[in-house]
Ligand binder design. Structure first.
Ligand SMILES: Cc1cc2nc3c(=O)[nH]c(=O)nc-3n(C[C@H](O)[C@H](O)[C@H](O)COP(=O)(O)O)c2cc1C
Length: 180
């Protein structure tokens, strides 16, 4: 895992991937699957939609931090399985053979094997919609990841993976943020 510029956070959230969110409650690591994510500005803020039905939510609110990890398409089955059990009664790191790596700006771990990990602090919570607003504090990329296809949920139990990409940077030049 190699640190990269903070501006790159947007390029991992704007495409709307399914993410794995890790937390550390002071004793144990946990991880949950989240498909409802959104980039909201050019200042490294993003939103996760979740709530108290998830064990991770209490830790997220209590510690005020997490790591948002971008899993590759080859991890799809594990990503779905992680989202089908709770850290309240399962050690998901053991169950799914996940390898936690130390982060630098938060206590929650990076996830080995993911395309990139965004270390984040909670800045806001909008209860009505379950919006947890996060600010990215550090971005690391997995320089050895062979599969760089992000996973996208359709909402009906089926998924797609990144396919063709198109470069329209010239057309968008005046709207692109500095550093990207
Ligand atoms: C594909 C997939 C996407 C999910 N997306 C969300 C989501 O966007 N928000 C949410 O609160 N839960 C979502 N879940 C459910 C949580 O991942 C699930 O409740 C998880 O087991 C919570 O773990 P925890 O209790 O250890 O925190 C999703 C589950 C799956 C399988």
């Amino acid at each position: 895992m190699k640190e990269t510029s903070i501006e790159k956070a947007l390029t991992y959230i704007e495409p709307g991937p399914v993410v794995l969110v890790t937390t550390f409650d002071g004793e144990k690591n946990n991880v949950m699957t989240i498909s409802w994510t959104m980039a909201i500005d050019f200042d490294q803020h993003l939103v996760l939609t979740t709530g108290e039905w998830n064990h991770s939510f209490g830790t997220l609110m209590h510690t005020g931090e997490c790591v948002v990890c971008i899993p590759p398409a080859e991890m799809l089955e594990t990503v779905v399985r992680i989202g089908m059990v709770s850290g309240a009664d399962t050690d998901k790191f053991k169950r799914f053979h996940l390898n936690p790596l130390p982060a630098q700006t938060v206590q929650a771990p990076l996830l080995d094997g993911c395309i990139a990990c965004l270390e984040c602090k909670v800045t806001d919570y909008i209860e009505r919609y379950g919006f947890v607003v996060l600010k990215v504090t550090r971005v690391v990329e997995n320089t050895r990841c062979q599969d760089l296809r992000m996973i996208h949920a359709r909402g009906d139990g089926t998924f797609t993976a990144d396919g063709a990409s198109f470069n329209c940077r010239e057309l968008m030049e005046s709207k692109l943020p500095p550093g990207l």
